[in-house]
Design a protein around this ligand. Structure first.
Ligand code: HSE
Length: 437
């Protein structure tokens, strides 16, 4: 039986999942592949801790270069994480003619262009299914399953930590800080959850998704992002009254020669399929021009789901390798630059609906001052709620708008927040359209 030799860089959680699958599903993998996947070497700084998987200790090394320089290794799996060292090893592996599998979203989202060029130069494959949404095969779907389509729009929940926090805040009425500490205790949030809650993790994943959807590498730095740390139970409550829930959404749309790409908390209509994506689950809703809407749902993190994505990439590469084929599908599924030139739309040109929560004194004429400024800036109000009546202090005045331009919204809020009847900075969330509106 043919053999495909693999070297693993990084024996952490996902690496352990990969090894577990190769051991547990060995027969199935050989039946599917008609070849044997041999894990020839594993490099990690810690080669003594027990990971709970049975491996021959002689495959372990602390020297990653033993893998990179081993002429018998056909595929290098990079699960080190971070950019600097991972980039160095991945490039060296490709220069030595080895295919690469990586789960490293930062690496692909920040250095995709260079990596894909290097893979082309050395005629090797690079696969990165595990870099986006763990066990959900969204990369494969965009590269192959949906490749007949022009992708019109993607709306996605790509960060499990944020989705878990927002779900608990919604269902239990708890504050962000309260839920964050519960999430840390239960292992749903890292000790330092910054990249998850500030939108960076979702933006990395969205950059990879839109690179595949539109056929050219997009840098994640160019994607507008806001996190969930400013979400409070009051706004979640108002969202519910208007028939929405709050989710951290990653959105990409193609329109008028531009791509809109943004990550921020958004009001999602309760009857939208993404409103039911709860806890730490991820989902990607893709609209193709011919396939129509498709939904990909599942676990976006963890040893087993992410390990599954890594091993499916290994199988894909191994299939090509044993047939003597490389680069059957190019990394972004486009063999040349797409004829359609699309540039990223600046955030201030984005048009969407909005939710505002003003903190205003409860006096006659206050609403007309606020709505006057909105009207002068082309913003049309769809509904308003004012709760309670206070002669002292402020009351929340909550509003939904029809579609408006971000630039007009920013200009209006700057003026409104300077009014003497407005006591605090206005809270803003973008709103996903209800169907039929
Ligand atoms: N930290 C990510 C999340 C999973 O919370 O979804 C890894 O990408």
């Amino acid at each position: 039986m043919p053999r495909v030799n693999v070297g693993l860089l990084g024996f952490g959680t996902v690496g352990t999942g990969m090894v577990e699958i190769l051991i547990n599903n060995r027969q199935l993998i050989e039946d599917r592949l008609g070849a044997e996947i041999v894990l020839k070497k594993i490099a990690d700084l810690d080669i003594v801790s027990d990971r709970g998987v049975k491996i021959d200790p002689t495959v372990l090394t602390t020297d990653a270069m033993e893998i990179v320089n081993d002429p018998e290794i056909d595929v290098v799996v990079e699960l080190i994480g971070g950019c600097d060292q991972a980039m160095e090893y991945v490039v060296m592996a490709m220069e030595r003619g080895k295919h690469v599998v990586t789960a490293n979203k930062a690496l692909i989202a920040e250095h995709g262009k260079q990596l894909f060029e290097t893979a082309e130069q050395y005629n090797v494959d690079i696969a990165f299914e595990a870099s986006v949404a763990g066990g959900i095969p969204i990369i494969g779907a965009l590269r192959e399953g949906l490749s007949a389509n022009q992708i019109k729009a993607v709306s996605a929940i790509l960060n499990g930590t944020s989705n878990y926090i927002l779900t608990r805040m919604t269902e239990e009425g708890l504050s962000f800080d309260e839920v964050l500490s519960i999430a840390k205790r239960l292992g749903y949030a890292e000790a330092d959850p910054t990249l998850d809650i500030d939108g960076s993790d979702a933006a990395h994943k969205l950059a990879i998704i839109i690179s595949l959807a539109f056929g050219r590498p997009f840098n994640y730095e160019d994607i507008y992002r806001e996190g969930i740390d400013n979400v409070c139970p009051e706004d979640i409550g108002f969202a519910g009254e208007f028939g929405y829930c709050l989710k951290l959404l990653a959105i990409a749309r193609e329109a008028d020669g531009h791509i809109e790409a943004r990550v921020h908390p958004a009001f999602v209509p309760l009857d939208h399929i993404l409103a039911n994506v709860k806890e730490a689950y991820n989902a990607i809703y893709v609209e193709g021009d011919f396939a129509g809407p498709t939904l990909f749902y599942g676990l976006g993190a963890g040893r087993r789901p992410t390990g599954s994505a890594v091993v499916s990439d290994l199988l894909d590469i191994a299939r090509n390798h044993i047939k003597g084929i490389t680069r059957r599908v190019s990394p972004l599924s486009f063999s040349r630059s797409p004829a359609k030139e699309l540039s990223l739309k600046p955030m201030n040109q984005v048009i969407t609906e909005y939710y505002f929560r003003f903190s205003a004194v409860d006096r006659p004429g206050v609403l007309s001052k606020i709505s006057g400024i909105l009207g002068q800036n082309n913003i049309s109000i769809a509904s308003v709620i004012q709760k309670g009546r206070r002669t002292h202090g402020s009351v929340p005045v909550v509003m939904l708008t029809h579609e408006a331009k971000e630039n007009d919204v920013r200009k209006s809020l700057e003026l409104i927040d300077r009014l003497d009847v407005v006591t605090e900075k206005t809270v803003l969330f973008r709103v996903e359209k209800k169907t039929g509106t």
